[in-house]
Each structure stands twice: as C-alpha cells, then as structure tokens.
Ligand binder design. Sequence first.
Ligand code: NAP
Length: 351
Amino acid sequence: MRTKRIPVAVLGGTGTVGQRFVQLLAHHPWFEVKVVTGSERTVGRAYREGVNWKLNGDVPDGVADLTVQATAPNLDVPVVFSALPTTEAKEYEPQFAAAGYAVITNTSVYRLAPDVPLLIPELNPDHTDLIATQKSNHGWSGFIVASPNCSTTSAILPLKIWDDAFGLRSVIMVTMQAISGAGYPGVSALDITDNVIPYIGGEDYKLENEPKKLLGRVVNGQMALADVTVSAQANRVPVLNGHLASVSVGVGHKPTVDEAIAALQTWQTPTVCQELPSAPQRTVIYRPEPERPQPRLDRDTGDGLAWTVGKVRQCPVLDLRYLALTHNTLRGAASGAILNGELLVVQGYIG
Ligand code: NAP
C-alpha cells in the first residue's frame, strides 16, 4: 500500500491531452501533479488563467493555482507526462531523460526508436525490458517510454488477440478519427462540418508501422518487429471524441467467426494489469449488435479505457474483419500514458 503520492509534471499541461492528464491525475492514488509546463503564451500565469479549459467540470483545485512553468529539465519531480507538440517533444524529451527523469510520452517522435518501449500494459508489458538498452545506448540516467498513436490504439487489441491465437499476416485498415485528435483548435469547422477529410499528416505511416512494434518481441534487450504487413488509410470525421477503425486481417490458422469472437471474449489481460489502479474491469467489450461500435455510445466504456469491438465477420478478401473503437484522448492518450506510468511503478522503474 503506497502512502505517499509520486510528484509528477505534465509537460504541455494546457493542451487537449494536457488537460486530460490534469483532470485524471487530480484524484490519482499514486501520482500527484506538482508542475505544469506551457508555451511562452502561458508561462508565469496561474494555470486556471492560462488554460482554455475544455473539459466538463472545473479545473481541479490542486492544479488551478500552480504557476505554469517553462519546459526545462529543472523541475522538482522525478516523473514527467509529456503532451508536448512534436517539435518541442523532439527537443525536450531527451533532455529530461538525460537528466534522470522518467518521461512517459504521448508524442510521436520517439515511438519507433528501436530502444524506446512503445507500450500498452495489456499488450506488451515486457517491452519495458528495452529501458536498460536505451539507458545504456545513450548514457541516460532517465528514460523515455511512449504510447502509440491514438488511432493505432483503436485497432490494435483484436490484432494482438488474433495474432496470439491464429497468427497474424496482413492487415488492411481504414480509420475514422475524431476532431479532438488534432488538438485545439484543430480542424476548421468550415473544413470538417458536413465532410470527411481523407488525409491526416503522417498518420498512415504510423498506422502501418506502430503495430509491427507493438506486436513484436523484445529479445535479449533488442526489439524484434512482428512480421506483418499493414495497409492504412486515415480519415478525419465530424465526431468530437472516439476513433473508429474498420479492419480486415489475414491470419495463418483460419478460424470460424465464432472462434474469432470467442478468442476476444475469453482473452485475459496479463496478470500485472490487475495491480494497475486505472485498469478497466473489462478491457475488451464485444458488441453483437450490427450497428455497434459507435463513437457517441461506446467511447466512454470502462472510463474511456475499454476497446469496444463489433461486426466480426468473415472477410471475402482476407480472412476476418471487425470494427473497433477507443476514446482518443483517454485510452489513446492521457489514460493510456497514466496506465504506462502505473506499470512502471509496479515494475520498479519509478517510485
Ligand atoms: P494541443 O491541444 O495543440 O496542445 C498543445 C499544447 O502544447 C498547448 O497547450 C501548448 O501550451 C503546449 N506547448 C507548446 N509549446 C510548448 C512548450 N515549449 N512547452 C510546453 N508546452 C508547450 O495538442 P494536443 O492534442 O494536446 O497534443 C499534444 C501531443 O499529444 C501531440 O504531440 C499529439 O500528437 C499527441 N497526441 C494527441 C492526441 C489527441 O487525441 N489529441 C492523442 C495522442 C497523442 P500553451 O497553451 O501554453 O500555448
């Protein structure tokens, strides 16, 4: 039983994901936000004044009066959750790791670096074995662990389950991604209203490469990517929150649809997940109704941490197909990163 909470900073604490961190950590049993950082726009101001709060409820009391600090590795906390924009993440995250901080990031910059764990505790908790390699490669006393892209996250769990059960070979996916995935203010209302935008910069590449790492193995401290081919097409759709993925897969051992559904329904999370205070009671929710999952109805399931999966059918081109949905700023960003932090505590990397 932990008696003292671990002080943490939220880098980029005023943004779309930063606000989620602040909200979720307000009553977290293990972590306490002691520092928030921002851009020149907000540094030196009280958080409640600098932030353009977009979530339900008020700015949490413990953070509202904190003065927003500049992003530099001189913060009096051992752990930083990063919701920085890409350019700032590229510059600052290695500085923090070099200075001894545990950097738990949502940003894309280091996701595919061979010595940075790309982590979802329910999928690949052992990938933290890369931390020792990373520290040794760079001579860092701290380290970086990354969460996957929010749309990779929405598709990945059935891929993992069916890879373990049937052997995954190929994937074709189309994503329908919420507006909040672009941050604030994001896509212009004139562009997204009554429309679908079939382009999100860099997203297809992330969708095609992150699964290989997530489904890969760490062998003797080195990353071995999974041998699977992925073709992806990302779309921005007029939904506030919740990324939906429509996926077809080719597998080695051909299951019936009932066997594929049973694999989803009987899958168990790794035992270490039972120790994580934010882990949802049920990680995969299979919905048999033909019109589910839907962003508005399913994104908040399991406090925004569950995968809702439906429409599992034979695929006439590959073998199986499904739809999967997760909340992009919760499971796909802040909540997912907090789970990673909890895993690092349980595994003894921080605390
Ligand atoms: P956002 O709403 O645009 O917020 C970015 C924040 O970064 C702003 O609040 C800004 O602070 C802050 N910032 C800019 N320069 C900074 C600096 N030098 N130091 C500290 N803070 C600085 O973006 P977002 O959607 O939260 O995304 C943040 C990161 O998470 C991005 O890398 C994104 O790719 C990733 N991500 C986002 C989602 C999602 O669903 N939105 C999901 C997964 C990953 P000020 O307010 O002070 O100007």
